[in-house]
Design a protein around this ligand. Structure first.
Ligand SMILES: Cc1ncc(COP(=O)(O)O)c(C=O)c1O
Length: 398
């Protein structure tokens, strides 16, 4: 395995004076991918109208004889990476947009229910609540086991099933939970929903790049993922995979010229925008494969965060009981009792202090009332970054 670490910062524009332990939050784009993006932008600006309307996408139904539009070619590359034909996925700006597309596409009636996990991303819950309240439907929060004792597969599937009722119209299931940073058994949870006839949207905002992915294998109706987090696409770039049974019913939140032509036409043009992040999605994938090595990158990130989660927990006198199978490139660790007893307000205070006083970017958050830090590991991190964090936490004067 190659030795990654701080020397790899040279592949990014990240300020080396900052200890960057929060790759998961908005990603960080490698220089090589940004250069590819600038090349696309120069090509677009040479003839913007021709590029956007003649090369990028096609608003008419597919004509097999015509050259494949550039956005579809990019979708083909992403599809090959996530286990799906390119035309089964569409680009969206981010996971939030993909979630909103699905929420706006389901037919809800008063009294209907949308199930979300209690570990769901807050903004996703808000989007579900907004759509539900507009029609007199409601959001039901499934209580999931955390910390997990024993085999998580059955425990999580049971937890989701308990939240389903005959009024459930959609279940949104997290693949990698945001705060707790757990890789959840989405296939088992999805199977329980599908057995009850409940459509499933998997929120995989953190999954592409971080873990191996075969989106079609989960049996869900939709899978949304970000490519700008762990797959190194420029911001903003995500995708929405749509099962064939849902293609006709799925629409983007912004309706434009492609309405009623087909899924890909609807999403490939949602009004004038900069398509360069999406066109560079293949460059992010190539960076992982050809520059870092996909397996080597994942092995480094997982091994580093797993070891550091144990080391910091031990140093802070806290248990770390998360199963290794549930850890990808991030792990949430409880902070020392001295900080925990200050209550949830300590989380933003410590996060700000680390940033302003120690130049450490780390995600400090409250989980079930406990103050935790979500450690992220990327190839530009090494042990020294986490040691700086641990030293700084010890020095926090609060
Ligand atoms: C689980 C989950 N879902 C959705 C999102 C939203 O992602 P974005 O802000 O790129 O739309 C995030 C962001 O971190 C997330 O962690």
């Amino acid at each position: 395995m190659p030795t990654f670490g701080r020397s790899f910062l040279s592949h990014w524009w990240l300020d080396p004076a900052i200890t960057y332990l929060n790759h998961g939050t908005v990603g960080a784009t490698p220089r090589a991918v940004l250069e590819a993006q600038h090349a696309w932008q120069r090509r677009i600006e040479a003839q913007p109208a021709a590029f956007l309307f003649r090369q990028l996408m096609r608003l008419t139904p597919d004509d097999a004889a015509a050259p494949r539009p550039l956005l579809r070619q990019a979708a083909d590359s992403v599809g090959a990476f996530i286990g799906a034909p390119g035309d089964d996925l569409v680009f969206v700006d981010n996971a939030s947009t993909g979630v909103n597309a699905v929420l706006r596409s389901i037919a809800l009636r008063p009294g209907d229910e949308i199930v979300v996990l209690d570990q769901a991303y807050g903004a996703v819950i808000k989007a579900a609540e907004f759509v539900a309240r507009g029609v007199g439907a409601k959001v039901v929060v499934a209580a999931t086991p955390f910390p997990v004792q024993g085999d998580p597969t059955e425990a999580y599937a049971d937890a989701v099933e308990r939240a389903l009722t005959p009024r459930t119209r959609l279940a949104i299931l997290d693949h990698i939970s945001s705060h707790t940073a757990l890789t959840l058994p989405v296939a088992a949870m999805t199977a329980r929903c599908r057995a009850r006839g409940v459509p499933v949207l998997i929120d995989g905002a953190h999954a592409p790049g971080a873990i191996d992915l075969d989106v079609a294998a989960f049996g869900a109706d939709w899978y949304v993922g970000n490519l700008h987090k762990w797959a190194f696409a420029p911001r903003a770039c995500g995708f929405l995979w749509v099962a064939s049974t849902q293609r006709a019913a799925t629409h983007p939140p912004t309706i434009s010229w492609g309405l009623d032509v087909g899924l890909t036409q609807e999403f490939d043009w949602t009004g004038t925008r900069d398509p360069s992040p999406m066109l560079c999605a293949p460059d992010g994938i190539a960076f992982m494969r050809d520059v870092l090595g996909l397996d080597a990158m994942r092995a480094w990130n997982h091994d580093l965060v797993w070891r550091m989660a144990h080391e910091l927990s031990a140093r802070w006198g806290q248990p770390f009981t998360t199963l290794e199978s549930m850890v990808g490139c991030m792990a949430s660790v409880a902070l020392p009792e001295r900080i925990d007893q200050l209550g949830e307000a300590a989380a933003p205070a410590l996060k700000d202090w680390l940033f302003h006083e120690r130049r450490i970017e780390a995600q400090v958050l409250a989980i079930d009332g406990h103050v935790c830090v979500r450690l992220a590991a990327q190839v530009y991190n090494d042990e020294s970054d986490y040691e700086r964090l641990a030293d700084a936490v010890d020095e926090w004067p609060a």
